[in-house]
Every structure is written in C-alpha cells, then in structure tokens.
Ligand binder design. Sequence first.
Ligand code: ATP
Length: 198
Amino acid sequence: MTKIIGLTGGIGSGKTTIANHFQSSGIPVYIADDEARKIMQTAEVINAIKEAFGETLFEGVVLKRDKLAEIVFNDPEKLQQLNEIVHPAVKRHFKQWLVDHKGFPIVIYEAAILFESGNYKNFDLIITVTAPLESRIQRVIERDNTTREQVLGRINSQWTDEQRVSKSDFVIENIDIEIARRKTDEILKILKIKQNEC
Ligand code: ATP
C-alpha cells in the first residue's frame, strides 16, 4: 500500500526545494500548487471562476492571475470561494495520479495550505518545512519580483509555523540548504524503515 506523505510549509519556506530533493531521491512528488495552476486553465474551472468572480478577471479566455491573487490573498471569504472551486478539481486529479503511481511505496504531496484546507487529514504523515519569517519574505521578493506587502498579505492568510509544526510528524528547518537536504535524507530513511515494517 502506498504511503502518502504531505509536505507543507509557509510561502517561501522552501517546500518545493525540499520536494525536488525527494524527487531526485526517486520519490514521486505531486506539487499541488503547480497542478492547481494547470487545472485552473481547464474550461470547467474557468467557467466556475467567471461565475463567482466576474468576467473582468479575464482578458478573453486568459485569467488575470495577479488580479485574482490580489483579491483572494486580501479577503479570506474570496479565498475560500476560490478554494471551493479549485480544491475538488485537484482532489480528482490527484486520485488519478495516485492510481498512475500505485507501484511506489512512498509518494509526496506538496501543498502550501495543507492544514488550512483540512486536507492534512488525508495523509499518512506530515512533514513541515520552516524558515525564519524574514528569510521567507526576502526569498519570495527575490523569486517573484514582488513587494513586501504582497508577501505579508499571503503570509497572513496562512497558518503560522508554530501552528503547522504542532500538527506535524517531521519538521525540516530550511536555513542552510545543505543541512535541510541532510535532514530530508534522514527523514526519508525513517520513512523507508517504517514502510518496510508494515
Ligand atoms: P511557495 O510557497 O511560494 O511556493 P516554497 O515554500 O515552495 O514557496 P521555494 O520555492 O522552494 O519555496 O523557495 C523559495 C525561494 O527561496 C526559491 O527561489 C528557492 O530557490 C529559495 N530557497 C529555498 N531554500 C533556500 C535556502 N535554504 N537558502 C536560500 N534560498 C533558498
């Protein structure tokens, strides 16, 4: 039976960096935010977003993602409305992805809002990636060429590191990337041992 490990962390903590490390160790990784981005381009989701948020968010058939992000990350109700459209579609997609990877003993599901969405209950174990707030802000400003205010808006819409850590089975502190990778390798070793015991 495949063990499904949830991998989460706040914006800029380094989830995807750690997910990539798992992947390079041969563990299949489902990056939920990337998949959601693709799913948001499907006709079904586009129509639902148009209905909920209005046509002005679109230029022809192209969704103005920046505009949508600005709305939802500053309005919890709108964020919930968007999640209610996108999450069920991602859930269906992931179910099929699992079928496609059924021969693997361990797979990773990476998502920013694993706890906030309540989705964490569906995983065998949870790993949280943490990093100091200021590092996260600077990383995202550099990566996305965005403003401090926009990053803070997103951080404030998510759980805190303390909340995530309190509900996690493993924590990877990602300050020095090499130390974080070594910790990832240690966790992977433990996961493999646990899996062999089953
Ligand atoms: P998001 O929630 O926005 O998707 P994330 O948690 O997946 O972010 P990453 O995209 O992995 O975070 O990392 C954010 C940025 O910080 C990237 O540009 C990445 O290369 C960089 N980064 C990751 N870890 C470190 C580190 N230990 N030191 C310096 N930079 C790092």
